[in-house]
Design a binder for this molecule. Structure first.
Ligand code: UTP
Length: 289
């Protein structure tokens, strides 16, 4: 079955990027000239996804405004004949059918995903974490959808990470199927170093089947006293229903300060309008370091 629906959990508190994320959701922090969440929505659209549910919470109304028409702005740009910017704004408002639901309490990623139960129905669906931007030629989520279509099982996007990071992320027990595709047999959220299965971790993308909702409803609170998506996916993995793909693409963690800077520098270097000027500036700067 083709994946048509995606959810983007964006209801986290963003405590690692305070005070920037106090009044502005971290998902709206810019990478050069677009907010992070727009890169994520565009990735889903490029993968053929037509319906997107963004999980928000109080104070995240600007996300809705961003994907809506701004009639005054559009009229003004039209009057001034600024068609290029006008078209960009119109495209942003027409990217996909975007829906919103609030997670009323920040009770974890698993709880955020559970809010999507009605929207998803009984179809397989994609999850794109709202603070993980992945840049690459083939959309990362498309690579996961292809694995789902071939194997008919849930799929997580995975990459090896350092010991320093594995204790903050999840760790996976895996068996190679090909050099990029794996069977995932177990997983643990925020392991102690001695508990890790491997240095492979889930990085921001999954394709899940709708039975995840019933599993989530019966999963006890886990790390940080939150409902962890990893704990529910572990149940799937233990039933032999979980694959992983080491996807092609560069992932930026917009939930931490260094990730935001790296994303901006690397996207700016490839930017049509400012790329070459920025490169010159960086070269001059590097010489002085
Ligand atoms: P994070 O753990 O990175 O989000 O969750 P956070 O809580 O904002 O981070 P810090 O530690 O306070 O800085 C990964 C993704 O899941 C969403 C976040 O918005 C992020 O996109 N999330 C997390 C929710 O939607 N709801 C939650 O209850 C928790």
């Amino acid at each position: 079955m083709r994946i048509r629906k995606a959810i983007i959990p964006a209801a986290g508190l963003g405590t690692r990027v305070l005070p920037a994320s106090k009044a502005l959701p971290k998902e709206m922090l810019p990478i050069v000239d677009k907010p992070a969440i727009q890169y994520i929505v565009e990735e889903a659209v490029r993968a053929g996804i037509t319906d997107i549910l963004i999980i928000t919470n109080r104070g995240k109304g600007v996300i809705e405004d961003h994907f809506d028409h701004s009639i005054e702005l559009e009229n003004m740009l039209e009057k001034r004949g600024n068609t290029e910017v006008l078209n960009t704004l119109k495209e942003t408002a027409n990217l996909a059918n975007i829906y919103y639901i609030r997670q009323k309490e920040t009770k974890g990623l698993g709880d955020a995903v559970l809010r999507a139960k009605e929207f998803v129905g009984d179809e397989p669906f994609a999850v794109l974490y709202g603070d993980d931007v992945i840049v690459g030629e083939t959309p990362a989520i498309k690579q996961l959808c292809d694995v789902y279509e071939n194997y008919g099982k849930c799929v997580v996007g995975i990459k090896p990470v350092s010991d320093e990071l594995i204790v903050k992320y999840s760790s996976l027990k895996i068996q190679n199927i090909t050099d990029k595709i794996f069977k995932v047999t177990d997983m643990i959220e925020k392991p102690k170093l001695e508990e890790k299965f491997s240095n492979y971790s889930v990085l921001g993308r999954c394709v899940l089947t709708s039975d995840i909702f019933e599993i989530l409803e019966h999963t006890p609170l886990g790390a940080g006293n939150e409902l962890q998506l990893t704990d529910a996916m572990k149940t799937m993995a233990k039933c032999g229903n979980m694959m992983g793909i080491d996807f092609d693409g560069k992932r930026y963690d917009m939930g931490n300060k260094l990730g935001i800077l790296k994303a901006n520098v690397e996207v700016a270097l490839n930017h049509k309008e400012i790329g070459s000027e920025f490169k010159e500036y960086l070269k001059e700067l590097v010489e002085k370091l």
